[in-house]
Design a protein around this ligand. Sequence first.
Ligand code: ADP
Ligand code: MG
Length: 252
Amino acid sequence: MTMIRMSNIHKYFGRLHVLKGVSLEVNKGEIISIIGPSGSGKSTLLRCMNQLERIDQGSIEIEGVIVEAAGDTGVKVTASHPEVRATYRKMGMVFQGFNLFPHMTALGNVIEAPMLVNKMAKDDAVQIAEKQLAKVGLLEKKDAYPSKLSGGQKQRVAIARALAMNPDIMLFDEPTSALDPELIGEVLSVIKNLAQEHMTMLIVTHEMGFAKEISDRVIFMDDGKILEDSSPKEFFDNPRHPRIKTFLEKML
Ligand code: ADP
Ligand code: MG
C-alpha cells in the first residue's frame, strides 16, 4: 500500500528554487533514509510532506487522498479540510533540536498533544504517555524537566511525544545531529526498535552505518533533486553517481 506519493514537487523560498521536481513514493512499513549534502533540500522535503511548508507545484497524496496540489498539474485536492488535518496528524515528526516545552515535565510534554489536539481525558493521555515513555526507556524520568535531561534523553522524550499521537508515519530530521557522540546510540536504538515494529519511517541522517543497517531504501538528494533511490546495498557498495561516491568518501 502506498502511504505517501509526492509527484513532481517544486518549492521556492523567494527566488531560491529548493525542490526541483521531486517525486517519491513511500510504501507502508518502508524505512527510507534520506542522505545528502547540507542545503540540498532534505528538511524542506520532510516539511512539505507534513505541511509545515506549502508546495509551489506538484501534488501530495497520503493514504489514498490528495491532500495538497499546486501549480498547473490539473490535479485537485480530493480530501476535505478536516480530512487533510486528520491525515497530517497521522505523521509524527522529530527534529534535530528536540523542541520540548521547557516548562513541562517529560510526561507533560508527551500528554500535551493527545489532550489538546485529540481532546483526550488526562487519565487516558497519562496512560498512553507512560507507555510511550517506557518504550523509549524513560518512564523513571517522567517527572523530570527537559533542563535535567541529557540530549539523548530529550530526543527520546521527543520521540515518545510523537508516538503518543499514534502516527502511521514517522519523519525524523537528523535526530542525532545535535547530540554528543556518546548519546547517539541510545536514540538510534529507539529508532531501530520502531523499525522492528515495521513503523513507516523517513529518516534524514548522516549516520551511514545506521542507514545501511535499517533502511529498505536510501535516497540521495543533491541540489533539490533526488539523484538516487536504491537499496542500501546498491547505494553503499555501488553508487551510480560520482557525486554520491565523493560524498560517501567524505562521510566514511
Ligand atoms: P537540508 O535539510 O538538505 O540541509 P534545507 O531543506 O534545510 O536543506 O534547505 C534547502 C535550501 O533552502 C537551503 O539553501 C536553505 O538555506 C533554504 N531554506 C530552507 N528553509 C528556508 C526558509 N524558511 N526560508 C528561506 N530559505 C530557506
Ligand atoms: Mg536539514
